[in-house]
Design a protein around this ligand. Sequence first.
Ligand code: HEC
Length: 149
Amino acid sequence: MKTLIAAALSSLVVATAMPAAAGEAEDAAVKFRQQLMGGIAASATGVAMAVKGDEEMQAVLGKLTAMLAASADYDIIKAAFALNTTGETEAKTTATAKIWDEPEEFDAAIRKLADAAAAVGAMGADVSGAELKELFGTCKGCHDEFREK
Ligand code: HEC
């Protein structure tokens, strides 16, 4: 375990000491925003399961709503999509150029998600289908506009 961590750390040191290869920052950005979306999706799915009656999810519903509100944060999502990665990545991405061509529209879509997630977070364990419907509407709205099918 120790040697594994040491190896991981030393490769990190080497990686940071070397000049970044072309597209490296873009690939990292793609990976981060996909993982961020995955986290948002996980918490939203857990909340939906709880609202539909899943007892395991109901037992942690307050935590799930907090997780959702924390990860679907306006500033974090803004940061995740700050770098224009169009045509610059090895990593597979479904993000379209429209994100950076129409930044104000994309910004508004992030704001809608963040506001809906904050509303879910504010309800905590009392969240209902109404807040969830609003939330999932913001996912679809943005994906329809800014993601490849
Ligand atoms: C502001 C726009 C926007 C909103 C709102 C949004 N998404 Fe996304 N989402 C994207 C974009 C763009 C991608 C594509 C990222 C990429 O491939 O680089 C994506 C990708 C994803 C992915 C795939 C991640 C992967 O591993 O490739 C999932 C899952 C996802 N979103 C779930 C959600 C859920 C659930 C919500 C709502 C709770 C949501 N998204 C709201 C823009 C948005």
